[in-house]
Design a binder for this molecule. Sequence first.
Ligand SMILES: Cc1ncc(C[n+]2csc(CCOP(=O)(O)OP(=O)(O)O)c2C)c(N)n1
Ligand SMILES: [Mg+2]
Length: 364
Amino acid sequence: MDPAISTNTDSLVQLVTPEGHRTEPSEFSDLVADITTSKLMDLYEDLVVVRRIDAEATALQRQGELGLWAPLLGQEAAQVGSARALRSDDFVFASYREHGVAYCRGVDPTEMLRFWRGSTQSGWNPYEYNMTTPAIIVGAQALHATGYGLGLKFDGADSAAITYFGDGATSQGDISEAFGFAASFGAPVVFFCQNNQFAISEPVTLQTHITIAERGRGFGVPALRVDGNDVLAVLAATRTALARARAGGGPTLIEAVTYRMGPHTTSDDPTRYRPASLDHEWKLKDPIDRIGLLLEHEGAMDHEFVQRVQLRADETAAELRRGCLGTVEPTPMSLFDNVYSENHPLIDEERDNYAAYLAGFEGA
Ligand SMILES: Cc1ncc(C[n+]2csc(CCOP(=O)(O)OP(=O)(O)O)c2C)c(N)n1
Ligand SMILES: [Mg+2]
């Protein structure tokens, strides 16, 4: 691209370098001054446990126990850092990849899997965790968050909505509409974009010639670019955006620059479109390694702590596997339940037809 027309001048907010060193103090580091060593250790544990949940779910899919899984490998810091900035009364509108956010909201890992196993049409009860179930329609959830945010404003509530979507989603009309609407009406929404560099096989460089942050600004949404593999920077950026929303300042877009280290889903083979050199480049920016190194530099990475985290990850993975294998599958006929709150002639007809179809297998 011609540098003369490039407006890509945004720098990244970073508080911890990939080598595990803190950057110079800044307004952002002030925002996480309360993160003591022990709180940093908790964040590290979150990152490790979330990666383990993801690895176990990927393995379950490979073993035929799940129909599909959308791995988050590499995006742990973006998810944990943002989710740990939220209050329980904030509402999360997620895409299909936010297992780390769901974990931080308290969703039971086995509850996360049921959707991917095809054992439920949706997932958990959104009101139990103030988090929606996975949205497959790319970008749609940003509109839902905007509408919810406006509702909060009308109610005079001081909570906020946050919506997660990818880099590719910013090419969808839904995201543009959500940006425009939220900016015009001052909706208390945090637009959290995980720019993981790819939309399936499409690189972000093809999606946009300006930064994603600038896409938001074009609609009047103030935007921040943050190192998405730096859990502290993400926490600081999300805190700022939430504070703005709560104070009546309207929406903020956070572009968390990260990398999807694995495939788009378990049905995808990234070696078909992604050079190994790019994987290698990003491996050096691993979100878990850098906090591990920081803790090591600060003398907190002792044997006891490492063991504790390992045990927690192992226990969570074992529980998830037990829960998945122990799923009580719904009966085929339950497919027709809860479509409408009352009987509906079309559903009644389809139910009868399907029962007759199933009866055809009896004695076969
Ligand atoms: C409206 C719509 N169009 C296309 C798809 C198919 N699709 C599923 S995921 C995806 C790519 C999304 O990429 P991105 O927004 O970067 O999110 P990521 O998967 O990288 O987290 C596409 C095109 C869809 N689910 N919904
Ligand atoms: Mg993407």
